[in-house]
Each structure stands twice: as C-alpha cells, then as structure tokens.
Design a protein around this ligand. Sequence first.
Ligand code: UD1
Ligand code: MG
Length: 460
Amino acid sequence: MRARAVVIMAAGMGTRMKSEKVKVLHKVAGFPLIGWCVRTALLLSAERVVLVLGHQHEKVEEFLDQTFPTAPLVYAFQAEQLGTAHAVSCAEEALRDFEGDVFILSGDVPGLTAETLEAFDAACGDADLGVMGMRLSSGGAYGRLVCDADGLQKIVEARDCTSEELKICDVNSGIYRVNARFLFAALKRFSRNNAQGEYYLTDLVAAARAEHRKVCAHLLEGEAAEELEGINDRIDLAKAEKRMQQRLKKALMRQGVTMIDPDRLYVEAQVTAGSDCLLEPDVSLRGQTHLGRGCVIGQGAIIIDSSLDEGTYIKPYSHIEGAQIGPECQVGPFARLRPGTVFERDVRVGNFVETKKSHLFEGVKAGHLSYLGDAEVGPRCNIGAGTITCNYDGHNKHPTRIGADVFIGSDSQLVAPVCVEEGAYVGAGTTVTGLVPAGALAISRTPQKNLEGWVARHKK
Ligand code: UD1
Ligand code: MG
C-alpha cells in the first residue's frame, strides 16, 4: 500500500449555522463534527492527519487533543479563508517530506465512513487525482462534474456554471485523493479568477488534465451518496443526526441489544452495550456510557457518562450521571444518581433517592426518599425512608461514614461529619450529630406523651 496522509479542511466559520460556535464543533450524536471526521481519517492508517484550522482553532485543538491524545494529528493554521485550494496549501508545510496519496476531506461531513473511503481508494487505482462524486436528482449548490468521453474534465462551481452545466446532476462531494507531489506543485499555479474570488481546489481537475495525468471520478448514488452530504445549516445538522442515530442503533442491535422502539431512543457516539441488554422506549444514553451484558433500562431513563455492570436494572424515569454501578443492582423508578456515585453488587435504590459522591457497598438498600451525599455506606446497610445526610454546612461539604450492617430508621438526619459504626441502629426520626459506636442504638426523639380525651375537650 502506498503511504497515506489526510488533510481535513475545517477553517471556515460556517456562517449559515447562525452560531457563536464554529461549525465543526457542532455535534451529531453528542460528538463534534470534526471528531467524526478525524475518527474516520484515523481508520485509514494515515501517517499524518493534518487539520487546517482557522476560526476558533484553539477550541477545536483543545477538543481534538483531549479526544485523540495519541493520534498523529498536525495542526495547520489558515488565518484568512481564501478558498479550499488555499486551505490545502496551508497543509503543505506539515507534509513537506511526505510522498504518497493525500486524502482531502471536509470537517463538516460526519457521515463519511472509512469503508467508503477504502472503496474510493480502490476505484482510484493508480490515478494521480480521484474525486468522489454524488449522482443526485438535481445538482443544487454543488460543483458540477463536467465529463466527456474521456471522463472527468473539470469541476465548475454552481455559481460559475453556464445554464447547460447547471443541468448536470453528477456533483462534487469535496472528497479527493491526490498524489502529494502533483497536489502541492499544482496549487502554486491557481488563481482566484471566479465568481467568488476564491482559490478553488476543484481546479485540480483541469490542472491534472492539462498535464495529461490520470483522473478518476468515483460516483455514489441513492442512499450511499447521503453519507457524503456536508452540513451547512441546522436543517442539515438535524438530517445528519437522524441518519447517525439509525446507524448507531443498528450497530447496537447487531451486537445483541433489544430496542423495543428504536425510533424512540437517543444514543450518543461513545455508548457501548453488551448483549442481551433491553432498552425500553424514550431511553437516552449519552456520553461515555457503558452497559454490561443483560442490563435492562426502563422507559424514560437518562444515563450520562456512567457504567453499569451486568444484570443491572434501571427502572423508568431515573436520571444517572457520572455513576459507576455494579452488577445486579436495581435503581429507581425516579432515582437520581449524580457524579461520583459508586454502587457495588446488588445495591437497591428506590424512588426519589438521590446520591452524590457516595459509595454504597454490596447489598445496601435505600428504598425511598433519601439523600446520600459524600457518604460511604457499608455492606448490607438498610437506609430507611427519608434518611438525609446533612453534608453541607453552608461553606464546606463533610463526609458521613456508615459501617457494615447498620440500620438507619426512617426520617433520620445524619449531620456530617459523622460516623455510624458497624452493626449500630439509629431509631426512626433521630438527628445524629455525633459518633454512634458499633452495636449501639442512637435515638434522639422526645418521648411520646398521650393526652387522653384531648380532642373532645378541644372541640368544645
Ligand atoms: C466545496 C466545493 C464544491 C463541492 C462542495 C461539497 C470548492 C471550490 N467547491 O464547495 O465543488 O460541491 O464543497 O460540499 O472546493 N474551508 C477552509 N478554508 C477556506 C474555505 C473552506 O478551511 O478557505 C473549509 C470549510 O470550512 C469547509 C470546507 O472547506 O469545511 C468546504 O468549504 P465550503 O466553503 O463549504 O465549500 P463549498 O462552497 O461547499
Ligand atoms: Mg460546504
């Protein structure tokens, strides 16, 4: 295989998005457009992936550095967006010593897959220039592929077309494979003598023809061509989202995940799930979420950046973020697990229970209406309904430690910092403000007194 490099053009602002945010940082399935593009590029095993950045380049670089820390990414800067040819020439420095094929992609085509690029590569054979095209029902604003009996002769931008050329339905997707040496030599001769006054990368075709080089146009049609559609505005973004959702869900279903109604489910790019998981309608799986084998996610549950071990059951309408949940747990309905929640095996947390930065060991039960924050709860503890860890004093957060086999009666408050030692009991309605030693019963409520006949007397 010849050496490969990739250049991704992503310097434009994307004004039609009508956004403060640069276009390539807008997301499809929770993952920025540029991320999708770089992911695909990395699957080509290219020596280098050069990103031509301009608008908000620091933000784009920050995202890429975090997401692809070990990838061979090189950043090139295009201060002023003078056109696609100018963008690619900004990558020349980064590819100075490179010999081989340069794949040129746009940062706003999230649907493009590596399989499609490999098929394109194979179709191009030994051509010096390959252009990936789309056969549409009408050419729209795309550049037209002008061909004769010898094949592709030139690409004409819609705004520069004659009325005859505008009728052409074979158009340029903006994806190319070019011999590096030819590319950078040719770019030096380009002019901006066209309707937009820009340096057009599409002039490569005429340049290659002038040198009698081999040119290949590879056309996709129908659904296959949709993969190449770029994003220019929010309507395109929504279309791309829809297609990506279908793709992600099909991949999960192929891995053995059941979806009762795939159309009523939202899944983000980095979600993984083991076989025999069951997803009920209106579930939303976001961020870096991993489901082990055989998890059941009930209707309306939202799970963000969390991992669930096998056999865990999330009952309907629970909200889970930044949590690590062990095997065979049961959560909800209507539970809220916040960041820093860790559950070991077989933890049961019921309706209206909220946890934050809390570690619940094996077999803990907190069935109803509780808040557990900055708490460590030992194995097999029972946390009664309405128990609250009072972890905040207005300035600082304080920890609560509960040993193994503790029973906390309903409607108790644990004023942190506080510790309830192994095997202790806390009577219902108690406000715990100090240590409860192992095996002790803590009780702080006032004794009950009954005033006989009080109601009748009072009514008179
Ligand atoms: C380009 C093609 C057109 C093709 C279409 C496919 C040219 C002249 N035209 O048009 O034939 O049908 O793509 O979508 O190439 N960019 C830079 N720096 C620049 C200009 C653009 O980085 O100076 C980036 C943009 O951010 C974008 C990509 O290049 O990611 C494409 O640029 P865009 O302006 O969208 O080109 P089109 O007009 O769509
Ligand atoms: Mg475009």
